[in-house]
Design a protein around this ligand. Structure first.
Ligand code: AMP
Length: 500
């Protein structure tokens, strides 16, 4: 199937072609015709499936047919849980809409509202927003939704996890009843279905599961290391393997800063992103990282959530996460959309238990490796299959074990073309006579199973994050109130227009 056969106009097809996509991903193949037909859509699809283009492309097509947004009006509204995701969605809108005379803008908290007010004044065709800042703007009467045609809730499950339900309901109350609704969520939990009841009308249900996406496209290994030597070991790994575009996870903000400094001192250009960094600094770091001027980005879990970078080749766990599910999210940053990636974990003796928890969760032993000159004074045994384990016992090196581990480890990479979707991705629609919930994890108790099957696990309940004007995810702890959303500033995404 080609993009042309989906009914998109030449201007959009040209932009898609420029991205190098030749085949629609399963979610795109199903969502695009449904959206173009004016239907409501409820899609179970996680990041990495191509969902953003799945809703952006048909929205651009539909909007390009109607008349432009009038002063203060918005024609399509995309709500996202975090500012990072908002910026990325808007970037996609700008990329795919580059040949169209449509205007788009992004608004989120933690930055000055003034440029955002200015951007909205003349009306925008597509507005991407986090809920809290959107409500602030509505209160200031900066936006009118009376001509709204399409609403998208992106990552609805995360929005609920982050405590946005009341904000979402407030936003919904401001919208005209007659509109097209698209809802995207990694899982269809009972809460999501409840939310959907008041939102979508007779929706086309789509479910896309990138089955074993992690297993097939990400090579994983661990290096047992003395924790005081992790920095030096990482420098060695990056330099000897000439790794470019490395996303490194640190458990703490302080640790992220310190590591970025050490890498810089060793001549490896690095930037740290975490909640104490201003939005401007984080956006700049991400843009530099994407552009390749920053080689290593050191991030905490919260700051990294929602970051989507095409074909990110290397993810390093400088510290293992405390919650094993976070490991799966972290390494999900690489090997996306059919490209291959490497996930490397540096494991100190005190982290062996965490590693075993991860291995039990993903139901596989991760290959142990030794870095010449950095051999640890301990080896890491395999996790026992039951809940008890022999984690902390220090073992002498045993070559047979590592051979066995290697056999078990996930090493299948394949030489897939970078921009093609893996045909093994599973997709179904309820139209094809299969029940929507059949293949999805049902509850928190099924997290391990979901991950082992390559599905995104149900989210844990997280405390509500919204406070004051800051909206979403990492934004809540940002201390920036500078105008990073203004044009000409370092924020490459802010208030961008598809075309002037
Ligand atoms: P998303 O799930 O929207 O976060 O997209 C995941 C990644 O897939 C993004 O980096 C997109 O640039 C990429 N992508 C989207 N559609 C396609 C496609 N049809 N072929 C190849 N890559 C794609």
């Amino acid at each position: 199937m080609s993009f042309a056969s989906l009914g998109l106009n030449a201007a959009i097809l040209k932009a898609v072609e420029k991205q190098g996509y030749d085949t629609p991903s399963p979610i795109q193949a199903q969502a695009i015709p449904a959206v173009l037909a004016g239907q409501d859509v409820m899609a179970a699809a996680q990041t990495g499936t191509g969902k953003t283009a799945g809703f952006t492309l048909p929205i651009l097509e539909l909007l390009s047919k109607g008349s432009r947004a009038q002063r203060g009006q918005v024609r399509a509204l995309v709500l996202t849980p975090t500012r990072e995701l908002a910026a990325q969605v808007q970037e996609s809108v700008a990329t795919y809409g580059v040949n169209l005379p449509l205007k788009s803008a992004v608004v989120f908290g933690g930055v000055s509202i003034i440029p955002q007010l200015a951007a909205l004044r003349n009306g925008v065709d597509i507005l991407v927003a986090t809920p809290g800042r959107l409500l602030d703007l509505c209160q200031q009467k900066a936006i009118s939704f009376s001509k709204l045609e399409i609403l998208v809730l992106d990552e609805a499950d995360r929005m609920l996890d982050m405590g946005f339900i009341r904000d979402i309901k407030k936003v919904l109350a401001l919208l005209p009843p007659k509109r097209q609704n698209l809802m995207f969520s990694a899982t269809f939990s009972d809460d999501i279905r409840e939310l959907a009841k008041g939102l979508v009308n007779n929706p086309v249900e789509i479910s896309v599961t990138p089955r074993n996406a992690t297993a097939n496209t990400v090579t994983q290994c661990v290096y047992p290391l003395d924790k005081t030597r992790k920095s030096m070991a990482l420098i060695e790994l990056i330099k000897t393997n000439d790794w470019k575009q490395v996303l490194v996870f640190s458990r703490t903000k302080h640790g992220a800063n310190r590591l970025a400094k050490n890498l810089d001192a060793a001549g490896i250009k690095a930037a740290a992103i975490h909640g104490n960094k201003s939005q401007t600094a984080r956006t700049k770091a991400l843009a530099d990282f994407k552009a390749g001027t920053v080689q290593v980005m050191v991030a905490t879990d919260i700051a990294a959530r929602g970051i989507d970078i095409d074909q990110l080749p290397f993810v390093v766990n400088f510290d293992l996460p405390n919650v094993p599910e976070d490991y799966v999210h972290r390494i999900g940053r690489t090997g996306r959309a059919g490209s291959t990636g490497q996930a490397v974990s540096l494991v100190g003796l005190e982290e062996v238990k965490l590693l075993h928890d991860i291995e039990r969760l993903i139901k596989r032993t991760i290959e142990r490796k030794q870095l010449a000159g950095f051999e640890a004074p301990f080896t890491i045994p395999e996790a026992s299959s039951r809940s008890g384990h022999k984690a902390n016992s220090v073992k002498k090196p045993n070559p047979n074990r590592s051979k066995h581990a290697q056999q078990q480890a996930n090493g299948a990479q394949g030489d897939k073309p970078a921009r093609k979707y893996d045909s093994r991705q599973q997709s179904r629609s309820n139209k094809e006579g299969q029940s929507q919930g059949a293949n999805k994890p049902k509850a928190a108790g099924n997290r391990a199973e979901a991950i082992a099957n390559g599905n995104k696990p149900p989210q844990r309940n997280r405390p509500p994050r919204r406070s004051g004007g800051a909206t979403g995810g990492a934004a809540a702890s940002s201390n920036s109130n500078t105008g990073s959303a203004s044009k000409g500033s370092v924020n490459p995404y802010a208030n961008a227009k598809v075309k002037n």
